[in-house]
Design a binder for this molecule. Structure first.
Ligand code: CA
Length: 331
């Protein structure tokens, strides 16, 4: 005989209430195992029980939202072999120079540098014919899986380089809001987050384009040249207060919230400052295979979860963070 149902229910309710584990955001899908952002990487992250699965977006020449991290496609696909004469003067191949039908003919590989050396040599190195996915496919896949499993996995959608897209004559922020509306996902209770590094475009999404879904302001460093946003300002109390006027949270880089001294993690104070401003804190990115020397997965996850009490964690390894959360909840 098992426990009476009401006891099981109460135990579940109570454990959820007291534990409040950070939500697990599958960074580019199960990118620790399969080429990032492919439908296959999405399905694997779904099966690993991610709470949210990330889509980075750029536009194709014919205006389709495609799930790609970079405006360039030469380090994640075979475009240089398939379309050798379609590079720009800088030697790079750009997604926006290809229509969707052309992009769909490309084979996606595990990310490399510009000399074809893998960024993460221990990850997938096969030559399976993965394709570039569209946002429509990711929206459909998760909706259908949720309908069948009864789970409520969400999306975590980033528009890449919105200012650059405007310079190329396309408005990616506007296309995203229209697409979310088509899927009935542009409302405050939608199980998704929209994220953006560019402060001007984050505000534009909320204040001009009618984005109603939750919004996360990503925090970079000024020398990454991610956008013309002044990230030093966004690290101040005033900057955080400004973010809180239009967004639900921030996505800082882990070293912005934790500093490492003598093999110990210490809070920088930034996560607490943001939480005091009423903002969610979702740091990026936990990678089991790219930890600082002498640091274990558990040390980093404990620092994020127990010291900082972050609200979410971006990870290439959803399985590792989910297992960690389950172990903490069972203590
Ligand atoms: Ca991203």
């Amino acid at each position: 005989m098992g426990y009476p149902a009401y006891l099981v229910f109460l135990t579940l309710l109570f454990s959820q209430f007291i534990s409040a584990s950070p939500v697990v955001i599958a960074h580019r899908g199960a990118s620790g195992y399969l080429p990032e952002h492919t439908n296959e990487a999405l399905v694997m992250a779904y099966m690993q029980n991610a709470d949210y699965i990330e889509q980075d977006l750029v536009l194709s020449k014919d205006g389709h939202l495609v799930v790609l991290h970079d405006i360039h496609i030469d380090t994640t696909t075979n475009v240089a072999q398939a379309f050798p004469d379609r590079k720009r003067d800088d030697g790079r191949y750009y997604a926006i120079d290809f229509n969707l039908v052309e992009l769909k003919t490309l084979q996606v590989n595990e990310r490399t540098d510009r000399h074809q050396n893998p960024i993460y040599p221990t990850r997938f190195q096969g030559d399976t014919d993965f394709q570039i996915a569209t946002l429509d496919e990711h929206l459909n896949l998760i909706q259908q899986l949720n309908r069948q499993t009864g789970e409520n996995t969400g999306w975590y959608i980033e528009i890449k380089a919105p200012q650059w897209h405007l310079q190329q004559g396309q408005d990616i922020a506007k296309v995203l809001v229209e697409t979310l509306a088509q899927y009935q996902l542009n409302h405050p209770q939608a199980n998704l987050f929209v994220q953006c590094f560019d402060l001007k475009h984050s505000k534009r999404l909320r204040q001009q384009l009618g984005l109603k879904a939750p919004l996360i302001q990503l925090i970079a460093e000024n020398d990454w040249q991610e956008s013309d946003t002044d990230y030093n300002y966004l690290k101040t109390t005033q900057g955080l207060a400004e973010i809180a006027t239009f967004a639900e949270g921030i996505g800082p880089w882990i070293p912005q919230v934790l500093s490492l001294k003598n093999g110990q993690y210490l809070s920088t104070g930034y996560a607490e400052q943001a939480q005091n401003a009423g903002l969610l804190v979702h740091p990026y990115t936990f990678r089991r295979d790219a930890l600082p020397e002498g640091i274990t997965s558990e040390m980093l996850l404990k620092a994020l979860t127990h010291q900082l009490k972050v609200d979410g964690i971006f990870t290439d390894f959803t399985d590792v963070v989910v297992r960690f959360n389950q172990a903490q909840e069972q203590r």
